[in-house]
Design a protein around this ligand. Structure first.
Ligand code: KG4
Ligand code: ZN
Length: 356
């Protein structure tokens, strides 16, 4: 079974072909990625209009390169998958329309993939992780705990009520005058800093539930920076980066404890994995903390390799393949969606922390 996947929901233009033979054999046959980092870096964040144009410019060439790398033509594919949301709508439309065109021309089934489902299932491409498992998805656009019960079956335990964790890293990096993306820059600077110097808040820590909030933390960083005077020294900035990272880690570990309890309440303490995905999962301090917490709770910890953690085409091809083998295909009317929650019931519920 061979599936082509296309990803264009944010600032990576990506595609890949994945193959599954008999379960559990599977592999990435070929993948191509164009990162738009340089296009967006001068603005300190992703500019939607620039992103859409860059996707248009690069996607066709990337697909051709990817198929060439796989030694395949579209008629050899079993299905064509593309991210249909959530994400920056212009970019999503570029990828989905391209997939529809290819599917129509080659008379292949189309699979409209939820980008979050791509992240949620990517670990099953790299590792043998059975359902159900607990997933922490931490990226520039998302910060949520999900119970992954099966393909198309997700229960959201908590999400951010304002900024995503990666967004908080990026905004803090901008305040400190570091480059974009901010996460790696903050992590590097934090190694030279004293994490105890600034007493930054831990939003929602100790509150019931698994929701997150990071916007107050960002404001606290700004005030702390101002307290250092007109020209903060390199050491001030390193201490602030370390204090910020420690606060984020502390909050995520607190929320993770609640998520593990919620998972156990639903599925009992049987075979259970703790999985992390998304670009922020690259953070070594965070990984270390999560590995420690999972071990203490007797849970195997799995993170897909970094190239599968950040946005990529293989995760979309893989989610497409998992859907395809269950007969879950879409027609050419499938809409592009800016918003598309994985767990529509959770989306309808009010923010749990508001009651606390
Ligand atoms: O998953 P991703 O590549 O793209 C999406 O947002 O979907 O995640 C990118 C985010 C950025 O906000 C970036 O600053 C953050 O992941 N990030 C990190 C690290 N590497 C990337 N955050 C903290 N520490 C890192 N080492
Ligand atoms: Zn993503």
């Amino acid at each position: 079974m061979l599936v082509l996947g296309i990803e264009t929901s944010c600032d990576e233009t990506a595609c890949a072909v994945v193959q599954a033979a008999e379960d559990p054999a599977r592999r990435i046959v070929s993948h191509s990625l164009f990162s738009q980092l340089r296009e967006h870096a001068p603005y300190g964040g992703v500019v939607p209009e620039i992103a859409s144009r860059a996707h248009i410019e690069h996607l066709d060439g990337l697909i051709a390169e990817c198929l060439r790398g796989a030694g395949l033509q579209t008629d050899a594919l079993d299905a064509i998958a593309a991210t249909a949301g959530p994400g920056l709508i212009g970019g999503v439309m570029v990828g989905l329309m391209t997939a529809k065109t290819l599917a129509y021309a080659a008379q292949k089934p189309l699979i409209a993939v939820n980008h979050l489902e791509g992240h949620a299932l990517s670990v099953r491409l790299s590792d043998d992780v059975p359902f159900p498992y607990l997933l922490l998805l931490v990226s520039g656009g998302h910060c949520q705990f999900l119970i992954v019960e099966g393909v198309g079956r997700y229960r959201r335990l908590g999400t951010t009520i304002d900024d995503a964790a990666g967004e908080a890293f990026d905004k803090t990096a901008k305040l400190l005058g570091l480059g974009y993306p901010g996460g790696p820059a903050i992590e590097k600077l934090a190694r030279r800093g004293d994490a105890t110097r600034f007493a930054l808040p831990r939003p929602l820590k100790g509150k019931p539930g698994c929701d997150f909030s990071f916007s107050g933390l960002k404001t606290a960083v700004r005030l702390a920076l101002e307290s250092c005077g007109a020209a903060a020294s390199e050491q001030d900035k390193a201490d602030l980066a370390a204090s910020f990272q420690a606060a984020v880690l502390d909050v995520i570990l607190d929320r993770a404890r609640h998520a593990i309890a919620a998972f156990d309440a639903r599925h009992g303490a049987r075979a259970r994995h703790f999985v992390v995905a998304g670009g922020v999962a690259a953070n070594e301090a965070l990984r270390g903390g999560l590995v420690w917490l999972a071990e203490r709770n007797g849970m195997p910890f799995t993170a897909p390799p970094l190239k599968l953690c950040t946005d990529n085409g293989a995760m979309i091809a893989w989610a497409g393949l998992e859907r395809f083998r269950l007969g879950l295909i879409d027609d050419l009317q499938a809409p592009a969606r800016a918003r598309w929650p994985l767990d529509s019931l959770a989306e309808a519920k009010p923010f749990a922390g508001a009651k606390a």
